[in-house]
Design a protein around this ligand. Structure first.
Ligand code: PHE
Length: 339
C-alpha cells in the first residue's frame, strides 16, 4: 500500500491538463467518491495495525496533494480563459474620461478675472478662524444681535475658534498687515449653521472685495459694481442699490440686477419684481478701519461681498443649490462646454 501511495504521489505531482474537460476527468479519477484515493481510503481498514499510522499520514498527504495540484491547474485555466475572452486587440480603446471644471469654479474664476482686470489682487486666509477676524474686528461687538445674522459653527472646547461665516475675515487679515492703497478680492468657502435645503447650505462660497485709499467714495463703488454686473450678465444689465445694514459698512446697501430672464418685465424667477438680489456692499465703517490699524481720518474704503452659488444660480438657472455639492457627474458634465 505504501508503495502504491508513493507512486500515486509521484503521478499527481506530474499531472497536466490542456483544457477544462481534461482537468475534470482528472478530478473524477483521483478525487471523486469513486476515485482512486477514496478506494485507497476504503482499503485502509485492511492495513495492519502497526502500519496504520504511517499509511494514514501518507494517504492524507496524497489526498491534499492531489487537491492542491488540481486547484493549481484550475487557476491556471481561469487566468487563461479570462485573457482569451477579454483581450480583443481589434477593439477600439476606451475613451479617456476627462474631468470638467466645476460650475462654481467656472463662476468664481470669471468673477476673479473681472476684478483682476479692474486692478484687484487675490487674498487668501484660513477657513478655521478666530472670533476677532470674523466678528470683533469687523465691528460686531460681543453679544451684539448682529452676530445672529450669520449662524455660526463653534468649536465646543475652544469658544474663540470658529468656522468663518464670511470672507470678510480675510479683509481684516489684509488690513492688519498692509498699508493703503489696498485693493483685494477674497474668494473662499464659508460656513453657516443653516438647515440644508434647495436654497441654503451649511457651506457656500463667497467673493468679497475691499478697496481702501484716500478719497474712495460711494460713486467708485457703484461704478465698479455696474462694470462687474455688465461683464458678468451682459451689457444690457441694470443695477439697483437698496439701503441695507451690515455692521462693517456704513452706509450699507444690497445690490439687485435687472432680471435677465424676463428682461425686467416680471416673471416667477424674479417674483414679478423685475430685479434679483446679488450682493451686499457699502462704505467700510470707520470703526473697522481703526480696529484694523488704518487711520480713518486719512482713508476711506468700500467693500462688497457676493455668494458664488447665487451668481451661478442666476447664470445657469440652477434652482437647487444642493446640486453644487452632490458630485452628480450628469450635472457636472453639463458645464463641460463652459470650461
Ligand atoms: N460679509 C457680508 C456677508 O457675508 C457681505 C458683505 C461684504 C456685505 C462687504 C457688505 C460689504 O453677508
Amino acid at each position: 500500500m505504501l508503495a502504491k501511495i508513493k507512486q500515486l504521489l509521484q503521478e499527481v505531482e506530474n499531472l497536466t491538463a490542456s483544457n477544462a474537460e481534461e482537468l475534470e476527468a482528472l478530478r473524477i479519477k483521483y478525487l471523486s467518491k469513486k476515485g482512486i484515493i477514496n478506494a485507497l481510503m476504503a482499503d485502509f481498514r485492511n492495513v495492519p495495525a502497526e502500519q496504520k499510522k504511517e499509511v494514514g499520514m501518507k494517504l492524507n498527504e496524497l489526498k491534499n496533494h492531489a487537491q492542491e495540484r488540481i486547484n493549481t491547474l484550475k487557476e491556471a485555466f481561469e487566468c487563461q480563459d479570462n485573457s482569451a475572452t477579454e483581450l480583443d486587440l481589434t477593439r477600439t480603446a476606451y475613451p479617456i474620461e476627462l474631468g470638467t471644471r466645476h460650475p462654481l469654479s467656472i463662476v468664481r474664476n470669471e468673477i476673479i478675472n473681472i476684478f483682476n482686470r479692474l486692478g484687484f489682487t487675490i487674498a487668501d486666509g484660513p477657513e478655521v478662524e478666530d472670533d476677532w477676524h470674523v466678528f470683533s474686528s469687523m465691528n460686531f461687538p460681543e453679544d451684539h444681535p448682529a452676530r445672529d445674522m450669520q449662524d455660526t459653527f463653534f468649536i465646543e472646547s475652544h469658544p474663540d475658534i470658529i468656522l468663518r461665516t464670511h470672507t470678510s475675515s480675510v479683509q481684516s487679515r489684509v488690513m492688519e498687515v498692509s498699508k493703503p492703497p489696498i485693493r483685494v478680492i477674497c474668494p473662499g468657502r464659508v460656513y453657516r449653521n443653516e438647515a440644508i435645503s434647495y436654497r441654503a447650505h451649511c457651506f457656500f462660497h463667497q467673493v468679497e472685495g475691499l478697496y481702501i485709499d484716500k478719497n474712495v467714495s460711494f460713486t467708485d463703488l457703484k461704478q465698479v459694481l455696474l462694470q462687474f454686473a455688465q461683464e458678468m450678465f451682459g451689457p444690457e444689465t441694470k443695477i439697483r442699490l437698496r439701503p441695507s445694514y451690515f455692521p462693517f459698512t456704513e452706509p450699507s446697501a444690497e445690490m439687485d440686477i435687472s432680471c435677465d430672464i424676463c428682461g425686467g418685465e416680471g416673471c416667477p424667477f424674479c417674483k414679478y419684481t423685475g430685479w434679483v438680489e446679488i450682493l451686499g456692499c457699502g462704505m467700510v465703517d470707520p470703526a473697522v478701519l481703526e480696529a484694523n490699524g488704518i487711520d480713518s481720518k486719512v482713508y476711506t474704503g468700500y467693500a462688497f461681498g457676493m455668494g458664488v452659488e447665487r451668481i451661478a444660480n442666476l447664470k445657469y438657472k440652477v434652482k437647487d443649490l444642493r446640486m453644487f455639492s452632490e458630485n452628480d457627474t450628469r450635472f457636472l458634465e453639463e458645464f463641460e462646454a463652459a470650461n
